[in-house]
Design a protein around this ligand. Sequence first.
Ligand code: NAP
Length: 484
Amino acid sequence: MAGNLDAIVIGAGFGGLTAAIKLKEAGFDRVVVLEKGDRIGGTWRDNTYPGACCDVPSRLYSLSFALNPEWSRSFSPQSEIRDYMERVAGQFGVTDKFRFNTEVEKAQWDEAAGLWRVTVKGGETLTAPILISGLGQLNKPGYAGIPGRDSFAGESWHSARWRHDIDLKGKTVACIGAGASAIQYIPEIAKEAGKVVVFQRTPNYIVPRKDREFSAFEKWLYRTFPAVDRGQRWLIWKLMDMRFEAFKLGTKQAEKFKSDALAYLDEVVKDPVLKAKLTPDYPIGCKRVLVSDDFYQALVRPNVELVDSAIKTVTANGVLTADGVEHPCDVIIYGTGFITTDFVNPVEILGREGKSLSDAWKDGAEAYLGVTVSGFPNLFMLYGPNTNLGHNSIIFMIEAQVDYAVKAMQALKSRGARALDVRPDAFARFNTQLQKDLTETSWAGSCSSWYKTASGKITNNWSGDTATYRKMTAQPALADYELT
Ligand code: NAP
């Protein structure tokens, strides 16, 4: 292969980590993982808010080849996941592949040389025949265009950039947003803040998490008999995968899922006004179904208020809502999610004939199996377009994508080929079918979500179960690629 590197990987989250390990195992040892942050972890490094934890069971939210018998709880806390990632990097001998504080600005395909030229902040350029993006979908905090943000006189921050230096004790805290992140930290800060005002634009379906500590005996069992851990992992994966039917419009399973979620709301929230505010009016699964044992419980505390009037603007004193009420506060926390539909941005990626990926995606991002894009040879994306899930673990998808990229690299090597580019017809065929299949899923329902663009194209979610995805990515169909 040309150049002095086998591959350049962008991002040190689960994608970058898995790629570094699997590439090394496959003999592609000359790999660098470029990371703008200062340590491994991706979203699990960035999101340190109180109560941050995974809403996918710990046994499944780990790499299949690096089981962790030591998980402390059935749903792992953020710091444990980040530490696990760092430990795994050491265990598999890839720590030295990571180059931190290195922000990638541009990647350009050089057709003549058969190389990606990757420019990092400061001007240095690295080259490699293969480029793997581990940027994922949830790395750019978004503020939802809420006006007046700069006029606020107090402290404010985004949930993914938590200010641990500010004590919330006794303060009045405005929490904007009631999504997957907010429902984890609101119960925590409600324990110490004087008052918490939650600004909810759209209610979510919530089901109990049933989180619990693992006993010393369970940890011993998993440590001593890894097959038990593996079996448990498989069972959780299978049961979760079977739930995919509940994420299709109009199925019996969706109906049951919805009635279970509403029964949970009924059980915890007795006040009919609060209950009405918390009752969604769209198909279940259309937005991410949240799992929590303490969010509804926090909302019924005397120091917590739920406001569902739209936010007009942030003022110097607090938050002004459309009903003309100003809600004074000391601190504002934006739990307003991430910029999700532009994927690799702000990294500028230029493919064949200088074509930019953002231009190719002007009508919404798309990829072949979520991994490759026509006109961008030897580029592999991890957790790329249409690979997010509502019902299972994204780590499963990332492993499938990394295996796919490694097999494609092996195919290039064994055939003495330099580049592999998905054929436009195969690319179009795949995406036409994908969008057709997606019309049957709950994501196509009547709600707004981070899974789709402003025009309604679903760019983020996979259309089926993960077993199907795994099957489809098991081997690169070389007939769908042009090999140079
Ligand atoms: P999010 O789900 O996109 O939630 C953003 C919240 O901000 C929503 O409640 C949204 O309301 C609200 N919002 C946006 N604009 C607003 C406005 N103008 N006024 C009032 N509210 C506004 O973001 P997130 O909570 O950070 O979660 C993002 C994703 O990260 C999740 O879906 C999940 O995949 C992942 N995540 C995972 C875990 C985990 O445990 N594994 C934990 C946290 C996050 P609308 O609903 O009306 O848009």
